[in-house]
Design a binder for this molecule. Structure first.
Ligand code: SF4
Length: 283
């Protein structure tokens, strides 16, 4: 039996105080957001913007990193996005920045990506922004871990062109250790999005000794295969860049000693996906 290197209940071992503080801030921010329902004046909290992103979704992207996440993934690259603080902006303000890049979007087939943190914690803001983008024929990608109420998810899905859906691990016990939360809601949201015919790429961060056993790989590949031909997958090799951020924030990183996957590890994972007839985005 493989050995999982994550420690203790909740895996990444972050304190309850940090989590409770994040929940309190997020609740306050939700109330604040609800008071600004008029589309252009809906307020959101963002961590940062990357205006010439090219990695994730094809074309030049305006990537909006939203603040706030209630998951605590042990491999998170952006733990500084967990609390809902950062820059407060309105949809109008972000749209005026987005519109400056439309020539680049048109020339490259790019568009806007809402990422995080967890963008669906600010679903009203993302929906209002995506509706505005749709009015300008700007492609919209949602990069989410899907941990939210289905109604909130569906409200954004309605105006999303590409769903980048991150599944951390299928086994529920491992999921709790790796992220601090169960994955039943997440998997249910993914299945419902697929049933609605959404254009989906399921993303899987491959972490040696954590979620790369034959069983883990078979579980995730089978899950993607069960969602239908339209759904593709992306294997993202874990990289250790996030460990530095964890140290800077004074957090204990449960993956401190976990290496990045080797080319052989990645080939093995790709083979399992192919055996399950799953299309990889990079094929
Ligand atoms: S869902 Fe994303 S932002 Fe949230 S903890 Fe996990 S990796 Fe970090």
């Amino acid at each position: 039996m493989e050995h999982c290197r994550l420690a203790g209940p909740g895996g990444c071992g972050q304190g309850d105080a940090l989590y409770a503080r994040a929940r309190r801030r997020n609740t306050l921010a939700d109330r604040c957001t609800q008071e600004h329902e008029a589309a252009g004046s809906v307020r959101g909290y963002i961590h940062s913007v990357e205006t010439m992103g090219t990695v994730d979704n094809g074309g030049i992207r305006f990537v909006l990193f939203m603040q706030g996440c209630v998951m605590r993934c042990a491999f998170c690259h952006n733990p500084d996005t967990w609390l809902r603080m950062g820059r407060e902006v309105t949809v109008d303000e972000i749209m005026s920045e987005v519109l400056e890049y439309t020539p680049f979007f048109e020339a490259s087939g790019g568009g806007v990506t809402a990422s995080g943190g967890e963008p669906l914690l600010q679903h009203r803001f993302v929906r209002a922004l995506f509706e505005r983008c749709g009015g300008h024929h700007i492609h919209r990608a949602l990069d989410t871990a899907g941990y939210c109420k289905y109604g909130d998810f569906a409200s954004v899905l309605d105006c999303t062109d590409l769903l980048l859906f991150s599944v951390k691990v299928v086994d529920e016990e491992k999921h709790v250790k790796l992220t601090g939360v169960r994955n039943d809601v997440i998997l249910s949201n993914l299945r419902l999005a697929a049933a609605r015919g959404a254009d989906i790429v399921v993303r899987y961060v491959l972490i040696p000794s954590v979620n790369d056993s034959e069983r883990d790989l078979h579980d995730i590949a089978s899950l993607v295969a069960s969602l239908g031909d339209r759904v593709r997958a992306d294997i993202l090799p874990y990289n250790r860049m996030g460990v530095v951020k964890w140290r800077q924030l004074g957090l204990d990183c449960a993956l401190e000693r976990v290496p990045e996957p080797t080319p052989d590890d990645i080939s093995r994972a790709r083979r399992v996906f192919h055996e399950c007839s799953v299309r990889l985005r990079t094929d």
